[in-house]
Design a binder for this molecule. Structure first.
Ligand code: UT7
Length: 344
């Protein structure tokens, strides 16, 4: 059986920076509090007319421009997002169109902060089945579209961005080894956007009461995230007959530096092996893990084992163990697609 292996990566973040200092002028907070309690120094904010499809297309265009892969080779795009362009239609077809992926199917998957791991697992299964050979998994969120910038409990946390990986069928022994995904619907009310769906359709009342904004019981989510990511990561390691020493790098969901530290402590994995870029981007929901893979790709060597783990709304959580493979060669021909500029 051919393994599903990451062979190319791309990333996109908007140019506009929202600093902790700027947030102190918007809500009752301080730069010290935000950095100490979350690890975040700044986050990126998309332009008003830049929606999630633009962010996702930016990451895919960066991937297509950086590696020797042509758009016509791509068979499918799975877009993990909690902030689609609209409730209906799906956003992935727009992304495919923006990137001229004319041979690709595209669908959205919403599993909030765990979305990228869920999408990676779907794509892995499709590749392992033998039906598909090249699928792009992209995590993209415009969190600024659902954040209330008067709510200090949430507005300090989130940012906008997108990351993409090309998953390919490769016969090498590298690639995704296993994934464990979990859910607990009892957590739904602790982290959600209550309005705008079928339960509370958009109305004048839903707008006035702010139901279209993200709400979170931060300290409960914090505790659940630490316990859940620790336990599912241990299960994923055990399923591979691995222990902590077999892991070269941990790529955790970037929600809070204190959550990340607590998870690495509970797994007995030294913090030097844990990749963190939360200080630059904040919590970009579906995009944190692929943005982190993209940011640190130069550090990963063929044959090294990576542990990816995430926790988010639902609740949903999961862990994936993979062996890093060989990336495609850098770009040799000039693809000049017409999607958004991928300058970072
Ligand atoms: O990605 C999806 C998953 N999401 C997460 O994993 C987020 C999980 N939660 C967290 O990251 C943290 O719970 C927060 C960063 C949201 C909050 O940190 P905390 O250490 O759990 O603080 P807290 O909610 O227990 O609040 C402590 C105090 C409270 O004041 P009192 O009641 O002790 O007087 C808050 O009102 O800090 C206050 N506070 C703030 N103070 C300054 C809350 N937000 C702020 C703020 N600036 N922005």
């Amino acid at each position: 059986m051919k393994n599903a292996t990451i062979t190319a990566l791309g990333g996109y973040v908007p140019t506009s920076v929202l600093s902790n200092e700027a947030l102190t002028k918007m809500v009752d907070t301080s730069e010290e509090w935000i950095e100490k309690r979350t690890g975040i120094k700044e986050r990126r904010i998309a332009e008003f007319d830049q929606s999630t499809s633009h962010l996702a297309a930016g990451a895919i265009k960066d991937l297509l421009q950086s590696y020797d892969v042509h758009p016509s080779e791509i068979e499918g795009v799975i877009l993990a997002t909690a902030t689609p362009d609209s409730l209906l239609a799906p956003t992935a077809p727009t992304v495919c169109q923006l990137c001229e992926l004319d041979n690709a199917f595209g669908f959205d998957l919403n599993s909030a902060c765990s979305g990228f791991l869920y999408a990676l697992t779907m794509a892995t299964s499709m590749i392992e089945s033998g039906r598909y050979k090249k699928i792009i998994v992209v995590g993209a969120d415009k969190m600024s579209s659902i954040v209330d910038y008067n709510d200090r409990n949430t507005c300090i946390l989130f940012g906008d961005g997108a990351g993409a990986v090309l998953l390919e069928a490769i016969e090498s022994g590298n690639g995704v080894l296993n994934s464990i995904l979990r859910t607990d619907g009892k957590g739904t009310e602790s982290l959600l956007v209550p309005g705008g769906g079928s339960k509370y359709p958009a109305s004048a009342e839903s707008l006035i009461s702010g139901k279209h904004y993200i709400k979170q019981d931060g300290s409960l989510v914090f505790k659940k995230a630490v316990a859940a990511m620790g336990s599912v990561s241990r299960d994923a390691l055990t399923a591979n007959d691995f222990d902590s020493e077999d892991i070269d790098w941990v790529i955790p969901h970037q929600a809070n530096i204190r959550i990340i530290k607590a998870v690495s402590d509970s797994l007995n994995i030294p913090f030097e092996k844990v990749k963190v870029n939360i200080e630059k981007y904040g919590n970009t929901t579906s995009a944190t893990i692929p943005l982190c893979l993209w940011d640190f790709k130069e550090d990963f060597k063929e044959g090294q084992n990576l542990l990816l783990t995430a926790f988010g709304a639902g609740f949903t959580w999961g862990a994936t163990v993979l062996t890093w493979g060989v990336l495609r060669p850098s770009k040799s021909h000039n693809y000049q697609g017409n999607c958004v500029e991928a300058t970072i």
